[in-house]
Design a protein around this ligand. Structure first.
Ligand code: GH3
Ligand code: MG
Ligand code: MG
Ligand code: MG
Length: 313
């Protein structure tokens, strides 16, 4: 049985299709109660380089959406016992899910369904039967737009790491996951030592290069699941899932040791060295994010008091 319509791409489009960069780190969720349709779409998208999960009903989709981070969702409308419309509302009510691009893929081609879907917050609507090539092109377009949006909304322009807005948002996602699947998680607060004197002695431009250099050094030593953000001027914060406090401390001490071995930035033949002070604290059930941040910040302050250039837990 055919679920996509056959399409011969003309040569020009075939070439465009091949130019689309592979987006291997992007994870998609395909939701459809029709087994053949769901596996057809999931398999094609997987062949095109996406990580793909699938769900046959709204309850499964809700569970997956709480457990993993998705970059795009395709959603069937006619499903039992709960319709796709209810999943749209569920996603739009949740601040951690409402920005995920949402494409309706439905046999309900009625204008009322399109109008309702878009007003509820869907980003795109494709009618079944579809050409897979159209779905792929639309997904590429939505993901491209999302990447730009995320760059502007969630990244620090100077260092390229996440900003505080993203950190505040994503930390809630991490804690939601841990409440379901208990595991240790640690937070590290990092503040550069005597940074003001770098600016005062060498100028603001060198200060900026130092911030970029430290962000790079931190990112290089962290795991893909660690969440690094610039919290303020010369302060960085890291959330480390599945990491007890003692292990987080060891990781950060290894990074601090790197700052002793080599310069964090170079400019016009000059090398610049820095050290930092860091505070570590582990999250415990019942602790609010604000309390957790305060504990990490207090530990960092303690490191300053004890003479800087050290990590305190
Ligand atoms: P301490 O060891 O106690 O942390 O001393 P400090 O000098 O690092 O601390 P302080 O908070 O007094 O100074 C932080 C400085 O960071 C002040 C500010 O000028 C500088 N700063 C903040 N944001 C930026 C930035 O984006 N670029 C540059 N170049 N400097 C910044
Ligand atoms: Mg259906
Ligand atoms: Mg500071
Ligand atoms: Mg400082």
């Amino acid at each position: 049985e055919m679920y996509g319509r056959e399409l011969e791409l003309d040569e020009q489009y075939e070439q465009l299709y091949r130019q689309v960069p592979p987006l291997h780190d992007e994870r998609l969720l395909v939701i459809d109660d029709d087994d053949a349709m769901r596996s057809f779409l999931a398999q094609r998208l997987n062949l095109d380089g996406y990580e793909v999960d699938d769900a046959a009903d709204v309850a499964t989709a809700q569970r997956l959406l709480r457990e993993r981070t998705y970059h795009l969702v395709t959603l069937d409308l006619m499903m039992r016992p709960t319709s796709g419309y209810e999943l749209i509302e569920f996603m739009k009510e949740d601040p951690t899910l409402k920005w995920i691009p949402l494409m309706i893929v439905s046999a309900r081609d009625d204008v009322n369904d399109k109008v309702r879907s878009f007003y509820l917050g869907a980003d795109d609507f494709v009618a079944k039967p579809f050409h897979y090539e159209e779905i792929h092109a639309r997904i590429c377009s939505l993901l491209k737009r999302t990447r730009t949006f995320e760059q502007l909304a969630f990244r620090d322009p100077l260092t390229g790491v996440y900003n505080r807005r993203y950190f505040d948002h994503q930390i809630q996602v991490e804690l939601g996951r841990i409440r379901r699947y208990p595991a240790p998680i640690s937070m590290v607060f990092i503040d550069i030592d005597r940074f003001k004197s770098i600016n005062d002695t060498h100028g603001h431009h060198v200060g900026d290069l130092v911030l970029q250099g430290l962000a790079h050094l931190l990112q290089h030593h962290l795991r893909a699941t660690d969440l690094l953000a610039r919290f303020g001027g010369e302060e960085f914060v890291i959330a480390m899932p599945n990491t007890p406090g003692a292990d987080a401390k060891k990781t950060v001490e290894a990074i601090l040791a790197c700052t002793h071995k080599g310069p964090v930035a170079q400019n016009e033949g000059q090398s610049y060295h820095i050290t930092f002070s860091a505070g570590v604290s582990e999250w415990h059930p019942g602790m609010t994010v604000d309390e957790w941040i305060r504990n990490s910040d207090d530990a960092m302050y303690e490191a300053k008091q004890r003479g800087r250039n050290q990590v305190v837990i």
